[in-house]
Write a protein that binds this ligand. Structure first.
Ligand SMILES: [Zn+2]
Length: 138
């Protein structure tokens, strides 16, 4: 969990992020937006590699933990390492959800759900926006 005074290893102003990111990337990563389902570039990607944070290039997820959730967004059952992400309780939209952020720069990645019965080793689904990630093929 985090608080608003937290310092990240990568810390930039909105103006700096805007200069670096596309408008869609800025909206999702820095304003906790959500891309439309089924249109993200990594929704059905099977390429082997490591998914990095598109804002700061921290390595976040491995392709080995990606699975077909058919939910419309790239889904992983675990992060590359627990210290790569941080979790924030999110009660917007009247639902209690857990937001997932990059632990290195604080950018929004998506949400994590559990107990959905996907039959993955963790029974968790990290529902991540494609626009938050960059795939580095192995
Ligand atoms: Zn990051």
């Amino acid at each position: 969990m985090t608080d608003s005074t937290k310092q990240y290893a990568v810390q930039k102003s909105d103006a700096e992020w805007k200069a670096q990111l596309s408008p869609a990337e800025f909206h999702v990563l820095r304003k906790a937006g959500t891309e439309r389902p089924f249109v993200g570039e990594y929704t059905d990607t099977k390429t082997v590699g490591v998914y990095k944070c598109r804002a700061c290039e921290a390595e976040l997820f491995r392709s080995e933990t990606k699975f077909d959730s058919h939910c419309g967004w790239p889904s992983f059952y675990a992060p590359l390492a627990e210290d790569r992400v941080e979790y924030i309780e999110d009660s917007t939209l009247g639902m209690k959800r857990v937001e997932v952020r990059c632990a290195n720069c604080g950018s929004h990645l998506g949400h994590v759900f559990e107990g959905e019965g996907y039959g993955t080793p963790t029974d968790q689904r990290y529902c991540i926006n494609s626009v938050s990630l960059t795939l580095a093929p192995a």
